[in-house]
Write a protein that binds this ligand. Structure first.
Ligand code: OXT
Ligand code: ADP
Ligand code: MG
Length: 578
């Protein structure tokens, strides 16, 4: 055996003061680096770590399932630009947290998954330790970096590496493996203190090259029909004023990706959110700011983008992102704050407005679409349809622009994205790049904890089911979260029928379920809302009181469509129709 596994209690209390151990060094490393919240689930070997962290003034939020704690950490990273920390037990707890770690990496959110692990000697010889698993090897392909700390004196460096890897360059998920034995390792307290590292300038500015700035501006200036696309990288960057000034100075229409909504308000005169297909098809120069040309933008080609020739300018911190799907004629590599400021400087005092026929056409399309939608939001149909219910929620958010909106589902996601205008940056949090169901309660909890603002979580009934048990967590910590479940009895719709037997169809749930009772079970407020009026009253009351509330909004089971707005992605069997 290597080092002493357990601290010996010294007889002399003075000697004890001179010692520290792995538990304390981990806590000190977090605190030294300004990480004041841990999301996790306790158990062997990290139970005492959670207790001690709490005693040391770190906020430790205990979840019912690691995946939800992981999603909380991931979105905490997005909201704060500091790595969100998720703490799990070994093997099964680690695996439960891993989906969230991969999600953080995919979405470019800084996060650190810290998992306790079993004894290396036994794991490596595969001798069947308690919760044995080679966690480091499994985590590696799913995150940006993965480290294991074996010695107490390396804890400081291990955390420094993890923090820097999570937030520098393109942010992402980092795995930190802490074997059980590490926590009890003892060392001299002074040497321990000295071994800790306060990470200086964890995400250094990345200044773009002047010729790249000039190239980008030359191409942008040549546009007859310019478009700016803002992605969640732009929201993450917290360069809100510079981005707004740049967009307004350019006079170009801007299209916010869903988590970039509110960076400039959705009712801004240049916003093309309600003219999406027009601007994608007809623009001739597109400037991407913190948005990837992935599936959400149809890879920059095909029917969505039409036939017209088009030039792309891309602003991103990750050089490898350039030309990933189509040619980028003006790559601008650097951090968004530095790049946008450099663009502003290069634009000088005056910048030509885009041709009025272009901006006019976009405005007209937007106004037509908004006018078309308006009467739907007034619908008083019972059972409610999506639009009638969303008409209520859109006003709730308009009256409370600082509230955070969490949103998941298929129809409950896609229709809410268009219906609910956002007015401030980083107020809309949703399923992200992978379209993941299950982010809901973890995101809602972290949003409330990290911002102190009220949270409105708009959830499909299926989506909610992935993290529903966390309503107990919401009640336990008395968080200002109002969950509205769009209960249409199933996935996409509640009307499917199994043609071949008595089992329910694969997409339907128990009819007439009362999710509101779940919240009541833990002392929160539960409301069953069957009309827009009942919904309005209940949501307003919840948002005003800040009491944990769950509203079961009864939606017409026939109202939804297959996969919301992405039904085209479902493969079709030619044999199905036989
Ligand atoms: O320009 P045009 O004319 O085209 O019009 C556009 C806009 O201009 C206009 N618009 C507006 N008009 C007026 N006013 C306003 N304010 C306005 N704003 C916009 O409206 C249209 C549409 O605009 P939009 O939405 O911007 O554009 P579009 O074309 O939709 O954009 C394309 C996309 C791809 C960018 C967009 O659709 C998008 O972001 N989509 C994300 C989709 C997504 O990620 N979906 C989630 C995954 S679906 C599926 O996989 C589900 N699963 C499987 C599963 C998953 N995902 N995860 C796990 C862990 N396990 C399994 C499951 C289980 S969904 C699901 C559950 C579903 O059931 P629920 O009960 O939860 O939900 P319900 O469906 O409600 O029952
Ligand atoms: P969306 O889904 O909203 O289109 P994506 O997640 O696809 O957004 O893209 C976000 C992009 O932003 C990523 O390519 C990432 O590298 C980039 N990014 C994140 N933070 C920064 C930053 N501070 N500066 C520059 N680019 C950033
Ligand atoms: Mg549903």
């Amino acid at each position: 055996m290597a080092e002493a596994a357990v601290a010996k209690t010294p007889a002399d209390p003075k000697a004890e003061q001179d010692l520290t151990d792995g538990f304390h060094l981990v806590i000190d490393a977090l605190k030294l680096n300004g990480i004041n919240t841990i999301y996790g689930v306790p158990g062997i070997p990290v139970t005492d770590l959670g207790r001690m962290a709490q005693a040391a003034g770190i906020r430790v939020i205990s979840f019912r399932h690691e995946q939800n704690a992981g999603y909380a950490a991931a979105i905490a990273g997005f909201l704060t630009r500091k790595p969100g920390v998720c703490l799990t037990v070994s093997a099964p707890g680690f695996l439960n947290g891993l989906t969230a770690l991969a999600h953080a990496t995919t979405n470019c959110f800084p996060m650190i998954l810290i998992s306790g692990s079993s004894e290396r000697e036994i794991v490596d010889l595969q001798q069947g330790d308690y919760e044995e698993m080679d966690q480091l090897a499994i985590a590696k392909p799913l995150c940006k970096a993965a480290y294991r700390v074996l010695h107490a004196q390396d804890i400081g460096i291990g955390f420094a590496r993890a923090i820097r890897a999570a937030v520098s360059g393109r942010p992402g998920g980092v795995y930190l493996d802490l074997p059980a034995k590490l926590f009890g390792q003892v060392m001299n307290a002074e040497a321990g203190r000295k071994s800790l590292v306060k990470v200086i300038d964890a995400a250094p500015a990345q200044i773009p090259a002047p010729d790249a700035v000039k190239r980008a501006l030359d191409v942008f200036k040549s546009a007859k029909r310019p478009l700016i696309i803002l992605g969640k990288g732009a929201a993450y960057a917290q360069a809100d004023d510079a981005i707004r000034t740049f967009v307004e100075k350019s006079g170009a229409p801007f299209l916010p990706m869903s988590m970039a909504k509110g960076l400039l308000p959705d009712n801004h005169p240049q916003c093309a959110g309600a003219a999406r297909s027009t601007v994608l098809k007809e623009s001739d120069v597109v400037l991407l700011i913190g948005a990837r040309l992935n599936w959400l933008l149809s890879h920059g080609k095909g029917k969505t983008w039409g036939e017209a020739p088009r030039k792309f300018i891309q602003l991103d911190i990750e050089p490898k992102e350039m030309d990933s799907n189509v040619e980028i004629v003006a790559p601008l590599v650097g951090d968004i704050g530095s790049c946008v400021n450099a663009l502003l400087e290069g634009m000088g005092g005056k910048w030509p407005k885009p041709p009025a026929d272009w901006t006019g056409a976009v405005t007209k399309k937007r106004e037509d679409n908004v006018a078309k939608m308006a009467p739907r939001f007034m619908s008083n149909a019972v059972p409610m349809d999506y639009y009638g219910a969303l008409g209520v929620l859109r006003n709730v958010v308009k009256e409370r622009p600082d509230a955070i909106l969490v949103n998941e589902g298929a129809n409950a996601l896609d229709l809410a994205r268009g219906a609910i205008d956002m007015y401030r940056p980083r107020k809309r949090l949703d399923v992200g790049t992978w379209g993941v169901m299950g982010i809901g309660m973890g995101y809602a909890i972290a949003a409330a904890i990290e911002t102190g603002k009220g949270v409105l979580a708009v959830e499909g009934d299926s989506a909610f089911g992935f993290s529903g048990m966390e309503v107990e967590t919401i009640c336990r910590y008395q968080l200002p979260v109002c969950v509205v479940i769009f209960n249409n009895d199933g996935i996409y719709r509640g009307t499917d029928v199994n043609p071949a037997g008595s089992d329910p169809a694969t997409t339907v749930f128990v009819k007439g379920s009362r999710y509101d009772k779940m919240m009541e079970a833990f002392g929160g407020v539960g409301v069953n809302a069957t009309t827009p009026d009942e919904l309005r009253r209940a949501v307003n009351e919840a948002m005003d009181s800040g009491k944990p509330t769950l509203i079961n909004a009864v939606i017409d089971p026939a109202a939804g469509s297959e996969s919301g707005r992405i039904g085209n992605l479902n493969p079709q069997s030619v044999l199905k129709k036989k």
